[in-house]
Write a new protein. Structure first.
Length: 402
């Protein structure tokens, strides 16, 4: 079994993720910067919609609860997949299921927490007025002259300017000036929180499903340079060795000249997945796009606010997925395994990986030591992990990488 030292390191990872989200939530109770505005600016004169198309509770349900539930179902039902034989111990199967579930939720939580913290912090710093600010503000035009940002402009242009000046939020008559109230929320247009949160959760779900069900553009791994025409030949079969033993003519054929080299033509090395599997990608992405569009039609954000918020969510989703999972086209749908015992809390200088030969516990058998030249591993470790499983994972990754 994994040592308490290793388990504690992952518990602390969860604590750090929760702390990131807590920081973002705490920033909700800080007054944002109130960027000056003009009381006659048409860009911020849209009506205040009291009933949002996607309220916050629904956003949480769609971008957090639903992805978490789907990840749980996929891990419980489809993991470990067809590669596990009927004789595989139940303990091993459940260990893999629970690990994939834990990592799937850690990645989702990291993506959402990071996007939430970044977005909330930027809202406070920039304090950009929303498109419906004037409706929230209810400005008193009699207070304009006393709350000018730059009185020089009014003096230079005189009566011509009238109210075409920049003023502070002191001209607002809305009594709700609390930290998270209606007026202060009107200065949190940039970036869009709904956009960043929806993309952080739903794009991560898309990547997770694409990984588990191999939904990706067909991938052709790099190969060493070769003059063998069978790699790209139109007549070369998938098993070149069998074909090479057949005589085509008295003269040496292009295929028989390379009979000693096993070649799988590049056109047989991958194929496009079924089109219906694209639903796994299109539904979450379409949902994120709809949520973003609703913020524009509800007059909550400008277009740039939505685009930048989406960029935050897309970035955190991609980073969090790759932080915990193998590449979609080469990882066979698996998450990275756990850290080693001695490297659970850090590796320092001189070590290039968090996986070593010491295994998961101080006295346990290593998951990486004892491999031969070809990576062959036999037997079962003290932690109950079959060495054949690790050999299969390593071999599959090696073949794709080559």
């Amino acid at each position: 079994m994994p040592s308490m030292k290793l388990v504690a390191s992952y518990i602390f990872d969860w604590i750090c993720i929760i702390a990131i989200a807590a920081v973002g939530a705490g920033w909700e109770y800080i007054y944002p910067y109130n960027r000056p505005f003009s009381p006659v600016n048409l860009d911020i004169s849209y009506p205040f919609e009291h009933h949002e198309t996607i309220p916050t509770w629904l956003l949480v349900l769609v971008a957090l609860v639903a992805p978490a539930g789907i990840i749980f179902i996929v891990c419980m039902v489809f993991v470990p997949g067809p590669t596990a034989s009927r004789g595989t111990p139940k303990a091993l199967i459940w260990r893999r299921k629970l690990w994939e579930w834990n990592i799937g939720w850690m990645g989702l939580s990291l993506s959402l927490a990071t996007a939430f913290m970044i977005t909330q912090g930027m809202k406070l710093i920039f304090g950009k007025p929303r498109p419906d600010l004037l409706s929230r503000c209810q400005p008193d035009l009699e207070k304009v002259s006393a709350n000018l940002v730059n009185p020089v402009v009014s003096k230079v242009l005189g009566d011509f300017t009238n109210n075409w000046v920049l003023v502070t939020s002191e001209v607002c008559t809305n009594p709700d000036r609390s930290r998270g109230g209606e007026l202060m929320d009107g200065f949190k247009s940039f970036p869009s929180g709904h956009s960043s949160f929806s993309w952080a959760g739903l794009l991560y779900l898309t990547l997770f499903l694409a990984s588990k069900f191999a939904v990706a553009i067909p991938f052709l791994p790099p190969r060493p340079f070769s003059t063998n025409p069978n790699h790209t030949s139109a007549i070369a079969p998938s098993n070149i060795k069998k074909q090479a033993s057949m005589a085509f003519s008295k003269q040496e054929s292009p295929i028989s000249a390379y009979a000693d080299e096993y070649v799988v033509p590049i056109r047989y090395q991958n194929a496009a997945p079924p089109v219906y599997t694209l639903i796994l990608i299109l539904v979450p992405i379409g949902s994120a796009i709809y949520i973003c569009a609703s913020r524009y039609t509800d007059y909550r954000h400008f277009g740039f606010d939505i685009l930048f918020g989406s960029l935050i969510g897309i970035t955190t989703a991609w980073f969090s997925f790759r932080f915990y999972h193998l590449p979609i086209t080469r990882g066979a749908g698996w998450a990275w395994g756990p850290r080693s015992y001695d490297r659970a809390w850090g590796i320092g200088v001189g070590r290039g990986s968090y996986v070593g030969t010491e295994g998961w516990s101080k006295g346990g058998r290593s998951e990486t030591a004892g491999a031969g030249v070809n990576g062959a591993m036999n037997g079962q470790s003290n932690e109950g992990i079959l060495q054949e499983e690790r050999e299969s994972d390593v071999t599959a990754t090696h073949h794709h990488a080559v």
